[in-house]
Design a protein around this ligand. Structure first.
Ligand code: KG4
Ligand code: ZN
Length: 354
């Protein structure tokens, strides 16, 4: 195994691991319905990244079936890791560490990745690094712009979470706001299911909204001018009530108006959070950051507010293993390797500053 250049003193060095620009990390992601493997050099240079989505397997059930997800990860993971290594054009012996999501996520799905990652780390004699999936979403932006400066505000909008996080530095997070009920992605998924648009709901609403009028229905913007917390459960109910009252309504108009309401709140609060902490940059992350309207409105808002906005590519916003390898590189450098008897943690939270 190669020793990276430019390593730091600290827990990693104490464990005999030098982490630097030449450190090659294999990332593994199996927390939900995406199986992914990637090789990332120096914490930011994506050498290869492969993702296999299980969408077709779960679509007929209208959502992720945990047992099916675990079994699919079992079938898909090893060939996917092999592909990531082949596409990188390196020999396995070049890999310096194996990083894998240990939570939050579905326990059966997580265990597939964690078991594989530990087995590979043991076989290759390299460190295993357990990664928090939410922290990895924060790191997706660094894969495309390693020059981002702190303090940074990240709007993290995924299927399970909606949060505004201030990154004071690597691994140093303050929670500025979060949802008090449904996550933004969850609202997209539930409204899409209600409208019969299928699963996954976010991309389906995104497509349907293209044909609709975002001003057709004035859906509520909960807590718009009230702090940095979010609430989307009332909006979901408002959509359902409206459609029940007006069964002939165009689903494109409902989708467009719903999407506009979610995006209005997200963009408004992201700007307020960035201004409040004097952020040097504002970043989007999580699956909902793939939304077309959100991307457009976020870019316009950053230009208007004079903020340095960073919009990772759609592939880096949704679940992938490159972000796991990136976060793993930073965790290995700051905390050293994770013990091989550590487990998987379905309800893992983002580690916050006191
Ligand atoms: O981050 P992610 O891939 O997985 C989690 O960690 O949850 O996010 C998945 C969520 C789902 O709720 C999905 O509907 C939503 O991201 N999503 C979108 C779009 N693409 C994915 N939501 C709105 N518009 C999209 N284009
Ligand atoms: Zn995710």
């Amino acid at each position: 195994m190669s020793a990276g250049a430019g390593g730091l003193a600290g827990p990693a060095a104490a464990a005999g691991v030098v982490v630097g620009e030449q450190t090659l990390v294999l990332g593994i992601e199996t927390s939900c319905d995406e199986t992914a493997a990637a090789l990332v050099l120096g914490g930011h240079d994506v050498v290869s990244s492969v993702v296999s989505t299980q969408v077709d397997l779960h679509a007929q059930f209208g959502g992720v079936v945990p047992e099916i997800a675990s079994r699919a990860h079992l079938d898909l993971l090893n060939p996917l890791i092999a592909r990531a290594v082949v596409e990188a054009g390196v020999d396995e012996s070049r890999i310096d560490a194996v990083a894998c999501t240990v939570g939050p996520g579905l326990i059966g799905a997580l265990l597939v990745g964690v078991s594989a990652a530990k087995a590979l780390a043991l076989t290759w004699g390299v460190p295993f690094v357990g990664v928090n999936h939410m922290e990895a979403h924060l790191y997706a932006a660094f894969l495309e712009d390693p020059t981002l400066e702190f303090p940074l505000v990240v709007l993290l909008v995924s299927g399970g979470h909606t949060m505004l996080v201030e990154m004071e530095g690597h691994g140093r997070y303050r929670l500025l706001g979060e949802t008090i009920d449904d996550a933004a992605g969850e609202a997209f998924d539930k409204v899409a299911r209600f409208l019969g648009l299928g699963y996954p709901g976010g991309p389906a609403i995104d497509r349907e909204a293209e044909r609709g009028n975002p001003e057709a229905i004035a859906f509520p913007r909960a807590l718009l001018n009230d702090g940095l917390h979010f609430s989307f459960s009332g909006l979901k109910t408002a959509v359902m009530n409206h459609v029940r009252k007006h069964p002939q309504v165009s689903s494109a108009d409902v989708a467009a108006s719903f999407q506009a309401a979610v995006v209005d709140v997200l963009v408004h609060k992201a700007r307020r959070a960035a201004e409040q902490v004097g952020a040097r940059g504002l970043v989007l992350g999580g699956g909902v950051a793939a939304n077309s309207l959100l991307r457009e409105r976020f870019t316009t808002m950053c230009a208007e507010a004079g903020l340095r906005g960073m919009l990772p590519s759609r592939a880096m916003c949704t679940d992938n293993a490159a972000m796991i390898a990136a976060a793993g590189w930073h965790r290995l450098r700051s905390d050293g390797p994770t013990a091989l008897d550590a487990g998987a943690y379905p309800n893992l939270r983002l580690p916050l500053l006191p």
